[in-house]
Design a protein around this ligand. Structure first.
Ligand code: OGA
Ligand code: NI
Length: 386
């Protein structure tokens, strides 16, 4: 009996050693990100990326994200802001921020070649060897450059199917030496693009303040405002029904200016459904972030959005997130608070947000919810005490 015990225990120990080894190897592989998995020829989504069934995307047919649920967002022609049609454009902007929290802009003033060169250098960055990209990995959320996979690969329970390069763009002179030195033209192309998006952001904020009836002097608060650029890479995924490029989330800043290539994938929540935002060549997708929802005292909406992946095409997107300087406290604008429209959110600062995301899994609209002072419509209809 003893002999049998010893033999079977040895066998079990031997097997579990093999399993642990295999697990470790798998772990190390997926910590290298999805571009690495794709380059290695992965044919199945590794377990760490598989979402619980209730959180999966329900893609109509595998690899085809074109469904009947496409949404044509309002397209705003910014060249009209400088014509007698300005008032009409402000009205369209205001409606879009209330109804969708999203809109697209064309004739935005950023030269096409600046945009194209940014997309192209981003593709070359993700096309470099893993070792080259990994030089920029960091677990410090405030590092001027951060390369990684998922959202927070140290904490995320389930990984999402994206790799990212995050570049802090403010203040440019001091962050620049930390940016990747290869591809050799990355810094030059990214500076041109960052300057273009900053100018566009300022123009949009000026229009948004006017549409809200808030004093324009507030605009100077953004001169040295935070500016984060996130280059997202979504390689083809063998089983796109099991995972997401990004789970449902809202963005923290005032506005996000998103450049998506010709491959669709971005979905926003609209009337309780996920709808796909069709790429419009040369346009930017602009969305209201949590800080603008707070600042507008809830008038403009920071809406949940997510990203689908597909089995055929690589997708690149570049998000520019703009807000006030990180040390500033953000609260509802005084012009928008009155007896009939009481303050809906607590004042907040960037430190509170960073603390929030590093202490919990980055998910859904929880940050904004955590700053709410009054009860939500859902709570009211459910009759819950606030
Ligand atoms: C983001 C984001 C959407 C996309 O970077 O916050 O929502 O299409 N990106 O990549
Ligand atoms: Ni986003």
């Amino acid at each position: 009996m003893g002999a049998i015990d010893i033999t079977s225990r040895d066998k079990m120990e031997g097997e579990s050693k093999v399993n642990i080894e295999e697990e470790r190897r798998g772990e190390a592989e997926h910590m290298k990100g999805v571009r690495h998995l794709y380059d290695a020829g992965v044919t199945k989504v590794p377990g760490r990326y598989i979402l619980p069934a209730s959180e999966r995307p329900h893609i109509v047919s595998c690899g085809d994200t074109t469904s009947t649920h496409n949404l044509k967002l309002p397209i705003i022609d910014l060249s009209l802001l400088h014509t007698p049609k300005r008032a009409m454009v402000l009205e369209a902007l205001s409606l879009a921020c209330k109804e969708f929290g999203f809109f697209q802009v064309v004739n935005h003033g950023i030269p096409n070649e600046v945009v194209q060169e940014m997309v192209e250098v981003s593709k070359r960055f993700f096309g470099m060897s893993y070792e080259e990209r990994a030089k920029y990995m960091s677990s410090d959320l405030q590092s001027p450059v951060r390369y990684g996979t998922s959202f927070n690969q140290i904490r995320d329970r389930v990984f999402c199917w994206r790799d990212f390069l995050k570049l802090n763009c403010q203040p440019l002179d001091s962050v620049l030496p930390f940016w990747p030195s290869s591809p050799a033209d990355l810094r030059e192309k990214t500076i041109a693009y960052a300057n273009g998006t900053k100018t566009l952001f300022m123009e949009l904020m000026s229009a948004i303040l006017e549409s809200l009836g808030v004093d324009k002097k507030f605009l100077s608060e953004f001169d040295d405002g935070s500016h984060l650029m996130v280059v997202n890479c979504y390689p083809p995924c063998p089983e796109p029904n099991l995972t997401l490029g990004m789970p449902p989330h809202s963005d923290y800043g005032f506005l996000t200016l998103l450049l998506q290539d010709e491959v669709e994938g971005l979905q926003v929540q609209y009337k309780d459904e996920w709808v796909t935002i069709e790429p419009v060549p040369g346009a930017f997708v602009v969305n209201v972030g949590d800080h603008l929802e707070i600042f507008s005292n809830g008038i403009y909406k920071s809406i949940l959005h997510r990203v689908l992946v597909n089995s055929l095409q690589n997708r690149i997107s570049i998000a520019s997130l703009h807000s006030m300087p990180v040390e500033k406290v953000i609260g509802p604008a005084t012009e928008l608070v009155s007896e009939s429209t009481p303050k809906q959110f607590m004042d907040t600062d960037f430190a509170a947000f960073l603390e929030y995301i590093s202490s919990t899994e980055f998910k859904k609209k929880n940050f904004l919810e955590s700053r709410k002072l009054t009860c939500t419509r859902e709570q009211r209809t459910e009759g819950q005490p606030c």
